[in-house]
Design a protein around this ligand. Sequence first.
Ligand SMILES: [Zn+2]
Ligand SMILES: [Zn+2]
Length: 172
Amino acid sequence: MIIDIDSLPEEGLEVTREYDFFSMDLVDENAVFLSPVTADVIIKKVGEEVLIKGRIVTKMSFVCSRCLSPFEFPVDSKFDLIYFPEEMDLMKDQLENDDINQYYYYSRKIDLYEIVLEQLNLTFPTKPLCTPGCQGICPVCGKVVKNGVCSCSENESDSRLNKLKNILRDKR
Ligand SMILES: [Zn+2]
Ligand SMILES: [Zn+2]
């Protein structure tokens, strides 16, 4: 949805709608949408600056980077951005401004689709984990390790236990 900066009403414009994005547009291509992306965005022009505030709500499914199991990831994220006119972008190098959160609009237009997509991507974890302490996959049996236990460590602890029993028996 393209917003024409010069036709924004004085009091600002509120746009609430659903967006359809494709997995290939996401920073994590394994991510799947479990519910539509709803974004509530308020756009207000103050002088030549455009203030954009919004909230993005959706539910994603990610693949855990350790155990490779899919898991649900709810998104409820707020953003608050300032867009400057493109002339400021040209001056940027001279100003040596390190503020990476500066955005610019071009040809007096702002594309809400692009903004919502970018802000959604920013909410994604760089290394998705199903649980903070996920122990991943056992390199020996290839099964997911739960609470430090997989099928081979069960066998291993049995044999250890047997050895211990044998030792205790020998001592008697
Ligand atoms: Zn995991
Ligand atoms: Zn194992």
